[in-house]
Design a protein around this ligand. Structure first.
Ligand code: CU
Length: 111
């Protein structure tokens, strides 16, 4: 009987952990290199919170900036950061690197 209860408790906790995992935000990587964003077009699921990990591979700092996403954050050279965006309505949300705006351009596309 004790084993039976332990088995039930264990499967319940596994269910709980897996539902937590599926509720966690989607994570997407965005790399800055040579003052460009890779990928320049970032596809994200609409209607969901998204974790955007921004990895600056340049030795110089860059500022991720987007009026449409209402986000701005400085990433030091050779460092990374995380920002949360969304849930977004379907559409396009431009962003740029404020320190190198001529080259560092991209957009989030929510579908
Ligand atoms: Cu700014």
């Amino acid at each position: 009987m004790k084993n039976y209860i332990a088995t039930i408790l264990m499967s319940l906790s596994l269910l709980f952990v897996s539902s937590l995992a599926s509720a966690a935000a989607v994570e997407i990587e965005l790399v800055i290199k040579d003052h460009l964003f890779f990928p320049a077009e970032v596809e994200v699921p609409a209607g969901q919170k998204v974790k955007l990990r921004i990895i600056n591979q340049d030795p110089t700092p860059e500022e991720f900036e987007s009026y449409e996403l209402n986000r701005e954050k400085v990433i030091a050279g050779n460092r990374q950061t995380v920002i949360f965006i969304g849930p977004l309505s379907p559409g396009e949300y431009p962003f740029f690197g404020e320190f190198y705006p001529k080259t560092a351009q991209g957009k989030v596309i929510a579908k």
